[in-house]
Design a protein around this ligand. Structure first.
Ligand code: SAM
Length: 167
């Protein structure tokens, strides 16, 4: 799903909040590469467990994507303002970090003027749902694709795709 959406959006410059083991980052990059682009991904994670960072770096390396990725070890609230000052606007932000309501809201606020497209993961969570209501009322079109985490506790997860309304 994420791959298909990233291909349709035609994103080349992508920021990801929440690297974890690199799976979604590789998916986003793969979509852009398959579209014929030379993309770049800036992916942010505090990596409280260093072995997770090592796993992500190894995964990007094995995928042949070293040159296409900048891994930033920090929390999004620290990393994002400086990053956007350095790189300017991007095509797409994927928000999949701290899913508490305040953190998801803060992530959106930091990115809302920096990308036309923002994808939220775990959009079925109550905390993210509250933020998505604000995103909608703030001038964005939001499409939700709820799924259930059937491998675990069956909770609602899925993604929501937000596009800033054109004026
Ligand atoms: C659900 S995992 C991300 C999964 C990954 N996007 C994927 O699908 O392959 C959430 C990640 O967010 C990170 N995280 C937690 N708080 C964060 C923050 N404030 N800023 C950035 N990342 C954060 C965690 O360390 C964790 O690795």
């Amino acid at each position: 799903m994420l791959y298909a959406v990233a291909r349709a959006i035609q994103a080349k410059r992508i920021v990801e909040i929440g690297t974890h083991r690199g799976a979604s980052g590789i998916c986003l990059l793969r979509a852009a590469i398959d579209n014929g682009y030379a993309p770049h991904l800036w992916t942010i994670d505090p990596f409280p467990a260093m072995h997770v960072r090592d796993t992500a770096l190894a995964a990007f390396h094995e995928a042949g994507m070293d040159a296409a990725v900048t891994v930033i070890q920090a929390c999004s609230d620290v990393a994002l303002p400086k990053l956007f000052d350095e790189i300017g606007n991007v095509d797409l932000v994927f928000i999949d970090g701290d899913h508490t309501e305040s953190a998801a809201r803060n992530d959106f606020e930091m990115c809302r003027d920096r990308a036309e497209w923002i994808i939220f993961h775990d959009a079925g969570w109550g905390s993210v749902q509250k933020v998505l209501a604000e995103v909608r009322s703030g001038g964005w079109t939001v499409l939700e694709f709820p799924t259930r985490y059937v491998e675990a506790d069956n909770r609602l997860v899925g993604i929501a795709i937000a596009q800033r309304n054109r004026k």
